[in-house]
Write a protein that binds this ligand. Structure first.
Ligand code: MN
Length: 290
């Protein structure tokens, strides 16, 4: 068996804020000073779980741009409506994942789905930003609407399972097309289960606990809500022992290792490219909602 990955650090939310009026988020990174350690991932916001009373006007974020990376939205409770300048639109229901490649530029809006907003209820989702290598930052945008049914499940034993959104676990491949080697697994651990999770040697790896109680490698503990462990790239596995039913998002990726210049919704390699992104957005070159 390969040596286990080392736990480099355990973190709680580094910042709490609202994204628009629909997403009360706890940010796990880049707050907490995490960037190089989580490359190729750029940002992770955990929205909710929060109760929203009935509202005739869906809450969320209006028209805004992105360039240079991908936004991945994973719905746990409630639903999100999406509409973008590429003419793509869709609703992300619990279990579904939207993998949007902004690349050269997309303008979109993200709102609570109309029926959910009308009825009110508990809202819970994750938004993850995945960086693109320099060579793909100005490629064409792409939209992958991935439904719950398209996501294969790996039985981890003892009532535990992993949904493979991207990448591969134990020979089972996820549906998301990616530009670099990444794994995104939605892992549900049953109380009392003990799982040796195989992760690639050389990948930066993180375990984000949405809720639960998990002991890592018999030593470090993730407990409560919105806790994250950063693991080193070396080694090939991590031992998970759940003391309670737990929901974990497992992220691994081959580091891109290029310079990062970011400003709000734009993530490029240089400051000049950020200035260009702002100018292109202002000039309407990223399109408009259709
Ligand atoms: Mn957005």
């Amino acid at each position: 068996m390969a040596e286990r990955k080392h736990v480099l650090g355990v973190y709680g939310p580094g910042s709490n804020h609202w994204v628009g009026d629909g997403f009360p988020v706890r940010n796990l990174f880049p707050s907490n000073g995490l960037s190089r350690q989580v490359d190729p991932f750029l940002m992770l916001d955990y929205a909710g779980p929060s109760y929203f009373p009935p509202s005739m006007e869906p809450k969320g974020v209006g028209e805004h741009p992105h360039r240079g990376f991908e936004t991945v939205t994973i719905a746990y409770q409630g639903a999100v409506d999406h509409r973008d300048s590429g003419g793509n639109s869709g609703t992300i229901f619990p279990g579904d994942v939207q993998w949007m490649t902004a690349a050269s530029g997309v303008v979109h809006e993200e709102k609570h789905e109309r029926e959910f907003a009308k009825k009110g209820g508990t809202f819970e989702m994750v938004q993850l930003w995945v960086n693109l290598p320099k060579a793909q930052k100005m490629s064409s945008p792409r939209y992958q609407g991935i439904t719950n049914e398209q996501i294969p499940v790996v039985d981890l034993g003892g009532g535990s399972k992993a949904r493979i959104i991207a990448g591969e676990l134990d020979g089972v491949k996820g549906p998301a097309k990616t530009f670099t080697a990444v794994n995104v697994f939605d892992v549900r651990l049953a109380a009392g289960s003990r799982v040796e999770l195989n992760l690639p040697d050389g990948h930066n790896s993180s375990l984000v606990l949405l809720k639960g109680d998990v002991l890592l490698n018999g030593a470090e503990k993730l407990e409560g809500e919105a806790q994250m462990a950063v693991l080193g790239p070396e080694g090939g596995a991590v031992l998970l022992e759940a003391a309670a039913d737990s929901v974990l998002l497992v992220l691994t990726g081959e580091p891109i290792g290029e310079p990062v210049a970011s400003y709000g919704p734009f993530v490029m390699n240089t400051k000049a490219e950020i200035m260009q992104a702002m100018a292109d957005y202002q000039a309407g070159k990223m399109g408009h909602l259709v």
